[in-house]
Design a protein around this ligand. Structure first.
Ligand code: HPA
Ligand code: ZN
Length: 322
């Protein structure tokens, strides 16, 4: 057995971003939509940089129209994750892509996704929880609608609220209303920061929005006071090394700051972000980290323990997964 065979906890996975290209092509074929522009000749997703990635992502989302599409997608994602040894996963679900922020529609999408998650739990032995996510470049008003959808469906299954999208747009604090609304509904909070935004974006996420986890957060390494603040506050980073390398933040795994953040006492976890876009899987992330930093089974067991402790699930679920 290698470290890549260990059971894994994944905390940062975009639901639509986990769609295998073949799945999106099949839906496009069924719906007679021409999506040929978003694929390379080898069938993989084609994008130049982060902004282009987001537009290809949204083009792929255009064929994910109905709750049934999301039911099928959820099964496909969970089968793939389970095949890579993931036993517990949290995915980012955007009301913007599931009914456009309308609460009644959102409930229908959610029912279909949960139905698939129940089926996958029985078939593939993987547990899924949902983190409702607003999209930063869609602006604060749409974020409010997403937060209201999140608040209305908060519970055992929708356990968190977060924000993805283009970090270059606006400030974290512009979304304070949405995060406060979600917090008041009992949801746990995370936001993307310190991926394309610098350390100040991470500081704002923690101070202005009061999140307990940060998506990526790796550019905190550029400000050692902030690194210590993250360690002191016990903030967990949802680190996605393979995504960062493909999007050009770091030239390779060996140059990635995950090991330095960990050595500084920051709680780090490992996820794939949008695996087919970034040609990765949880298994590959583990293999690359073992190769780059010499991490062994004990290191990965500790990493998984950190992830499970930071998971937005109840104690009963945590105990069952552990
Ligand atoms: N980063 C930020 N926003 C996103 C991503 C990502 O990797 N995927 C989908 N939305
Ligand atoms: Zn992400």
């Amino acid at each position: 057995m290698t470290v890549a065979d260990l059971p894994k906890i994944e905390l940062h996975l975009h639901h639509e971003g986990a769609a295998p290209p073949a799945f999106i092509r099949q839906l496009a074929h069924e719906k007679k939509v021409d999506l040929s522009g978003i694929f390379k000749p080898d069938g993989s997703y084609d994008f130049r940089d982060f902004a282009h990635f987001l537009s290809v992502y949204e083009a792929a989302c255009a064929v994910l129209k109905t709750p049934e599409d999301f039911r099928r997608l959820t099964l496909a994602i969970l089968e793939e994750s389970a095949a890579n040894g993931v036993v517990y996963s949290e995915t980012f679900l955007s009301p913007d892509f599931c009914g456009g922020g309308d609460l009644h529609a959102w409930r229908d999408y959610l029912a279909a996704i949960q139905d698939a998650a129940d089926e996958a739990e029985g078939k593939f032995e993987i547990t899924l929880r949902g983190v409702v996510t607003c999209v930063r470049h869609f602006g604060p008003d749409k974020a409010k609608r997403s937060a209201l959808c999140a608040a209305e469906t908060a519970g055992d299954w929708i356990t968190g609220f977060g924000m993805g999208g283009n970090e270059a747009m606006g400030q974290q604090a512009d979304f304070k209303w949405a995060f406060d609304c979600a917090r008041e509904a009992g949801l746990r909070l995370t936001t993307h920061a310190g991926e394309f935004g610098g350390p100040e974006s991470v500081r704002d996420a923690v101070r202005a929005l009061g999140v307990e986890r940060v998506g990526h957060g790796v550019r905190a390494i550029e400000d050692l006071d902030l690194v210590h603040e993250l360690a002191d506050r016990g903030i967990t980073l949802e680190v996605c090394p393979g995504s960062n390398v493909v999007l050009g933040l770091y030239p390779d795994f060996a140059a990635h700051p995950i090991a330095r953040l960990r050595e500084a006492g920051v709680k780090v976890t490992v996820s794939t972000d949008d695996p087919p876009f970034f040609h990765t899987t949880m298994r590959r992330e583990y293999e690359m980290l073992a190769q780059a930093f010499g991490w062994d089974a004990e290191d990965f067991a500790a990493l998984n323990d950190t992830a499970l402790n930071a998971a937005f699930c109840d104690e009963e679920t945590r105990a069952r997964v552990r």
